[in-house]
Write a protein that binds this ligand. Structure first.
Ligand SMILES: [Zn+2]
Length: 322
């Protein structure tokens, strides 16, 4: 069986989705692309540097037809090898690194933002946790500071064991703990937001729009939807969309889920379909067209996009045939 799958994938020298029953388009999502270490991201997930991002684009442009979000909005018939690029979280690198590369290649894309973090008003708490891990790894703190942190976090931190895991257990309900710990360690978050500007500004987003890119909402503050009541889910997604649409005077309403779609129910998808033009999700190749819901895959942790995609398709084929 495995050799059959391999033959199918290798037949044309590239993985073909639709010939084997996958839905079009293939949709990828990224967060940031940077040649520097980004302390607010580096302990959460991998991101590509510009060289590897360009390698991804080279491969995708060779083997796929890169489409615009407008093609989906207008319900155009898509080629079998259609592929769409999307970018979540609204980091500064979207405007400063990613957009110039895409523009040079004539690639259209969608960028999804959290209104709570636009203009660097605040930071998503897990990005704060990444900064915290970075601080603990790179600095020596007094016993008193560590003991104070220990009062906030699990006691593994003081002994230095599983530091990262301990900090990353903090959840959305306890998000203030991240602020308190940063304060105890003398880290000035306000100054970091002002100086480093991890997120895009209104001006940068307006520039993306004038360059022909599409903008959407990524919930108000990146809340874990699966843990919320329906009304809260609605407020996060549709409230966030209203804010983004009003601010940027958008003639369309597109949004992406801030996390995966596990435990989201019919009532949620119905409400999204009735209030959005398109909804994008995470982790998957199968779309729920009747809900205008499109799943996406994230190639950021893989240095070779061809292997990454073949693995995704392989997993789906195995699921399909066994
Ligand atoms: Zn996100």
């Amino acid at each position: 069986m495995l050799s059959t799958i391999k033959d199918m994938l290798d037949k044309t020298g590239k993985p073909l989705l639709q010939e084997y029953g996958f839905q079009t388009p293939l949709i990828l999502y990224y967060h940031a692309v940077s040649d520097s270490k980004l302390p607010h991201i580096s302990h959460l997930y991998k991101y590509k540097d510009s060289e590897f991002f360009i390698k991804d684009l080279n491969y995708l442009q060779r083997h796929y037809t890169l489409i615009s979000p407008a093609d989906l909005l207008q319900g155009k018939e898509l080629p079998a090898d259609a592929c769409l690029l999307t970018f979540d979280d609204g980091f500064r690198e979207c405007s400063e690194v990613i957009a110039p590369i895409l523009l040079e290649r004539g690639i259209e894309a969608a960028f999804f933002l959290n209104p709570a973090f636009l203009d660097n008003q605040d930071m998503y708490f897990r990005n704060k946790l990444s900064i915290l891990i970075n601080l603990m790894e790179e600095n020596e703190y007094t016993q008193t500071q560590l003991e104070c942190c220990n009062a906030i976090f699990p006691d593994k931190i003081v002994t230095g064991k599983s530091l990262k895991e301990a900090i990353l257990t903090i959840n959305h309900k306890e998000k203030e703990k991240a602020d308190r710990a940063l304060e105890i360690l003398g880290f000035d978050l306000k100054e970091y937001l002002e100086k480093e500007k991890p997120y895009m500004t209104t001006e940068q987003v307006n520039e993306l729009i004038s360059q022909g890119f599409y903008i959407g909402s990524h919930s108000i503050d990146h809340a874990p939807l699966a843990k919320l009541e329906f009304t809260e889910q609605y407020d996060e997604m549709i409230g966030g969309m209203d804010m983004i649409q009003d601010k940027f005077k958008l003639p369309y309403r597109i949004a992406s889920l801030p996390h995966n779609d596990r435990n989201l129910e019919g009532q949620f998808y119905n409400a999204m379909r009735n209030n959005l033009d398109l909804l994008f999700g995470g982790h998957g190749l199968a779309h729920l067209i009747k809900y205008k819901y499109y799943r996406r895959v994230n190639p950021e942790h893989s240095k070779n996009i061809r292997f990454f995609l073949e693995k995704q398709f392989g997993i789906c084929l195995v699921k399909k045939y066994f």
